[in-house]
Design a protein around this ligand. Sequence first.
Ligand SMILES: NC(=O)c1ccc[n+]([C@@H]2O[C@H](COP(=O)([O-])OP(=O)(O)OC[C@H]3O[C@@H](n4cnc5c(N)ncnc54)[C@H](OP(=O)(O)O)[C@@H]3O)[C@@H](O)[C@H]2O)c1
Length: 406
Amino acid sequence: MFDVVIGLAIALSSVLWVEVVRDVYHALAHVWQPLYRLHVWHHRVFRRDLSVVSDTIYRQAHWYNDVPEALVMLAFSIVPWAIVSTGNWSTQWAAWTGSIYTGSFLLGAIARGWGIPYADELTDVTHRPGELTNLPSRWFVNRSYHWRHHFDNQEAYFSGTLTLVDKLMGTALSLKNKRIGVTGASGTLGRALLTQLHKAGAKVTAFTSSSDQISLELAGSKLPVNTITWTIGKESDILAELEKLDILIINHGVNVHGARTPEAIALSYEVNTFSVHRLLELFLSTIKSDRDLVRKEVWVNTSEAEVNPAFSPLYELSKRASGDLVTLRRLDAPCVIRKLILGPFKSKLNPVGIMSADWVAKQIVNLARRDVRNIIVTINPLTFILFPWKEFCVATYYRFFTKANS
Ligand SMILES: NC(=O)c1ccc[n+]([C@@H]2O[C@H](COP(=O)([O-])OP(=O)(O)OC[C@H]3O[C@@H](n4cnc5c(N)ncnc54)[C@H](OP(=O)(O)O)[C@@H]3O)[C@@H](O)[C@H]2O)c1
């Protein structure tokens, strides 16, 4: 039994290893000219709907890119065997699994290079032509995930089968040239997020309920950003602006602290729950094409008050309701929806917060680039255990007791 487990672990590790080699080779091909000269054939092949420009170029691309890539993987597949051969295990044979696995890719690439009928359909699944119907997946590269490497940003989305290397390198989501809007823009986190997103190459838009023009403080100078004024309850007035965005970050929020008047209840729910939900639905209504499905995203700042006390009951109630609605809507949303689960940081809303908004914003951007869908930034270790568990249970409950529209 022990041998089977060890053998399985060695076999899986050897497959993981060759996948890492594949993705590192791919990333290298984008920065090292001699490799890029071969790899560029792969980028010449496809139109935006992933149909091929010409069968001749398609076949050539396999000889110049896919076959050399598989040969490099095959050469490096010896490494796991070299490592385990130093030990005294009876399961050393399992280390060759990566080589056999790579061999199947090599044969597939050769078959496509030769133009053998159906070889492309059977072995080149991330480049099949046609409409993109699924959201970019989290752990295994699907067509939508890989499409972005060709047509969103060639300096990101390098992974070929598993998304692990992109997650490690921070290339699993590119923010470069993305049009990103942030609500609550005049607030502490709003400004910090706009700054970090601008630094990441995004084109930012500030959505504010104040009449102020929003500017970013960059290296001692002020940079005014595109600023849109909106009012709670009149979300549909900004539909045209939402249509222009790739990513909407719903960040505005209010904390009535110890108040429990009818007005405090109404304000908390109106700002933290209902306006968030209305904006979310409006933004989802702007997703019309398969390209929107792949490029657009919403991030909702719900807070770790979803699972922990914030010592402000109305804040907790309204944020939890908002978080639960996001969980419900995520079940069949037409684009990726991320949650921001943040611990206490210093701001107008929380003057005794411990973290700094700048640091929190930096972590949010870092984790989003690693395609983390529930972005937790907190000093409370319990949140890292409680939130995923709560999210899983609530999502499962909603999945069983609700029905999709279609
Ligand atoms: N601070 C924390 O410890 C903490 C922890 C977890 C989560 N959060 C969440 O992080 C987000 C940002 O909060 P923050 O700490 O940066 O607080 P903040 O500095 O007070 O910013 C909140 C912003 O929300 C907008 N807002 C407030 N009331 C509004 C209203 N009635 N109508 C429309 N917009 C309104 C305002 O921006 P505009 O004037 O630009 O519209 C305000 O500046 C909030 O959702 C908050 O719940 C905060």
